[in-house]
Structure formats: structure tokens, C-alpha cells
Design a protein around this ligand. Structure first.
Ligand code: ZN
Length: 163
């Protein structure tokens, strides 16, 4: 079901045109980001509206990633990039700007920096007993078709306060 307010659903419906389409079939659309981090920065979306990857049936998420993988080869070859970053954010806390599932496929070049997301998010060192508690909590968090609650936009809490 298309979301009336969703800019990506509007693209799928043909109400607005992406500047440059890279790929389209019955289920997927890929186009160049209008705010490219590098030349060839490509957005890959499902035509069906899902807000986040957590909402997708696993089989559909797998199929989407097959396309992302294939387009990553095209983007790398087409831009003669030295590397490819594949980014996928879920919910505002992660930096998701458009609430419709999308992957970023970003060509990367040896001449640029910083090289990885890990250099933007600072390291948060914690003792082993805390790591074990976090791992236990993740293991009990459900697996295939997990139920999850939408984060409340106003909720603020310290990292790891539950652990
Ligand atoms: Zn949408």
C-alpha cells in the first residue's frame, strides 16, 4: 500500500521523477541520489512501501539484497570506483531521512576519507560482562520475522542504561 506522503512512493507512482534512473523492474527502482556523496551514489528501493527493513518479510529482504549486490557491481564498474559502501538506515536515530526502505550504494575512492562508518561513530569501550549482557539480550530478541516496536521519537535514554 502506497503511503500518500511518501516521496519514494510518489516516484514509484510516477508523480515525481527521479533525476536519473539506474534500474527499474516490476518490484524495484534504483536512481541516483540528488545529494550524492560521490558520483554514482545510487538509491535502491522496493516499489512496495515498507518503512524499515525490520518490517519486511525475510524472503523479500533477501531478494532486495540480491538486487543491491547486483547493482553494486554495476555501480563499481560504471564509476571505476576502488570500493563500494552499502548503507541501510532504519529509523531516525540511525539517520534514516526518508521513511521508505532504501539502500545506498556509494562508490568509494582511494583518494577520499574517512574510509568507513566506524570512523564516524566513536568507539564505546565497555567491560566484558556488559558485552555478555548485551549479547544475551540480542539472543532473546527474536529472529526470523521479529516483532519490534517503533521507537518513540521523543524517547531519550543513555546508551546501554539497560545493561
Ligand atoms: Zn513509500
Amino acid at each position: 500500500m502506497a503511503d500518500q506522503e511518501c516521496i519514494f512512493c510518489a516516484m514509484v507512482a510516477g508523480k515525481i521523477q527521479p533525476a536519473a534512473k539506474v534500474y527499474e523492474d516490476g518490484e524495484y527502482l534504483a536512481f541516483l541520489d540528488i545529494n550524492p556523496r560521490n558520483p554514482g551514489h545510487t538509491i535502491v528501493i522496493t516499489k512496495k512501501h515498507y518503512e524499515v527493513v525490520l518490517d519486511m518479510p525475510e524472503k523479500e529482504a533477501g531478494k532486495l539484497f540480491e538486487l543491491v549486490k547486483r547493482l553494486s557491481v554495476s555501480v563499481k564498474n560504471g564509476t571505476q570506483a576502488d570500493g563500494i559502501s552499502i548503507l541501510q538506515n532504519n529509523y531516525r536515530a540511525s539517520g534514516q531521512a526518508v521513511p521508505h526502505i532504501h539502500f545506498h550504494v556509494i562508490p568509494r575512492f582511494n583518494s577520499e576519507g574517512p574510509p568507513a562508518l566506524e570512523t564516524i561513530l566513536s568507539v564505546k569501550r565497555m567491560p566484558e560482562d556488559v558485552l555478555k549482557k548485551i549479547a544475551e539480550s540480542i539472543k532473546s530478541g527474536g529472529g526470523s520475522e521479529p516483532k519490534h516496536e517503533k521507537p518513540k521519537e521523543t524517547k531519550k535514554k543513555d546508551l546501554f542504561e539497560d545493561f
